[in-house]
Ligand binder design. Structure first.
Ligand SMILES: [Zn+2]
Length: 354
């Protein structure tokens, strides 16, 4: 078992213990709550996501290999004895081995150190309780399909990828589309078709087909079709460059997850009769299927310091790189106004230039 596999396994089991601890703490809160008032359970993605947030915020992530590599880049090769190439190669994996998770001490480090430990403990419970209440209230009151979608696939588990994405401004277009997928905002063919019809014009694409490869697509799953199935040549090429390697890894990891059948059965145009394609697409967007939070790809999506076992970078980097190229073609295919205007502006610019 490799270092990263071992680390992920350790962290997964650590998180399970901590979740049990949190559930116990919630029962304490129940006892303390007003008579007859019970505290509802948070979804698992929120519990696990919270552990990651605390872990990330309370750690500085300095590591010997990183510091050494920076020194090598800055010209300290002689002091290091010329080992910089090897350092670079080992950089990512070494980072994984450096930390251990301890939820209590990590929380404590975020709180006011001038107070006595018992007071800090109380403060910790209070802060957690307020955050839980805010989330639970949102979950109860928000009846939008976007929220139901976000909750169903547990996208909240990987939401910290946004923090990492700040280091990749070159992928901002793709990250924007990724957020659109996760919040159920990705433009559907049908909605675009109706919007164009309503203006009295005739759409240049069919109501239920991919505007690029012309295959029938399931409404709401157009993005998944692009990632997994679309046969438009440039899309296939982008998939080969950006996604092929991780798709293979995710498929292997999902092979044992039985609940996929239940959650994704019957989604036409994505899965070719089997739900695995849709499940892979959900994972590529940073979601979870079948309550499976132990996937290496999901844990290495960019919300923490972990990398997935076989990937060279965070999971979101693969998806955002693909979408940076492909989503724009799709947006133009369904005549999305912002992208059409962009086209016209670019053309106008060229005319002026000459
Ligand atoms: Zn297509």
């Amino acid at each position: 078992m490799s270092l990263s596999q071992r680390t992920i396994k350790q962290l997964s089991s650590a998180r399970d213990d901590e979740i049990e601890d949190l559930v116990d703490s919630r029962e304490d809160l129940n006892d303390e709550a007003a008579a007859g008032e019970s505290v509802a359970a948070l979804p698992e993605w929120a519990l696990r996501g919270r552990q990651i947030e605390v872990h990330v915020r309370s750690n500085k992530y300095t590591s010997t290999p990183v510091v050494a590599a920076r020194e090598a880049i800055a010209g300290y090769d002689k002091i290091l004895g010329g080992g910089s190439k090897k350092l670079h190669m080992n950089l990512a994996r070494e980072i994984l081995g450096g930390d251990s998770w301890n939820s209590n001490s990590e929380w404590a480090s975020l709180l006011d150190a001038t107070k006595k430990p018992k007071m800090r403990q109380w403060e910790w419970k209070l802060v957690r309780s307020v955050r839980d209440t805010v989330l639970l209230r949102k979950m109860k009151n928000d009846k939008t399909t976007s929220w139901a979608w976000y909750d169903q696939w547990g996208f909240g588990f990987t939401r910290g990828f946004l923090r990492s994405s700040l280091t990749r401004p070159d992928l901002r277009e793709g990250v924007r589309w990724l957020i659109a997928i996760r919040t159920h905002w990705f433009p559907t063919v049908e909605r675009r078709w109706k919007a164009i019809k309503a203006t009295g014009k005739e759409p240049r694409f069919s109501k239920d087909c991919c505007p690029l490869c012309k295959a029938v697509v399931t409404p709401g799953w157009e993005w998944a079709h692009l990632m997994i199935q679309c046969t438009y040549r440039p899309v296939e090429k982008a998939r080969k460059v950006h996604l092929r390697q991780v798709i293979r890894g995710i498929r292997d990891e999902l092979a044992d997850v039985r609940e996929i059948e239940v959650e994704l059965a019957g989604i036409r145009g994505v899965n070719d009769g089997t739900p695995i394609g849709g499940a892979v697409a959900i994972c590529l967007a940073g979601g979870t299927v079948g309550r499976e939070f132990g996937l290496s790809f999901t844990n290495g999506y960019g919300q923490g310091e972990l990398l997935s076992v076989k990937a060279r970078s965070y999971g979101f980097v693969y998806a955002a790189s693909f979408l940076t190229e492909v989503a724009v073609w799709y947006a133009r295919g369904v005549d999305l106004p912002a992208y059409i205007r962009l086209d016209e502006e670019v053309r106008a610019l060229r005319l002026q230039d000459f």
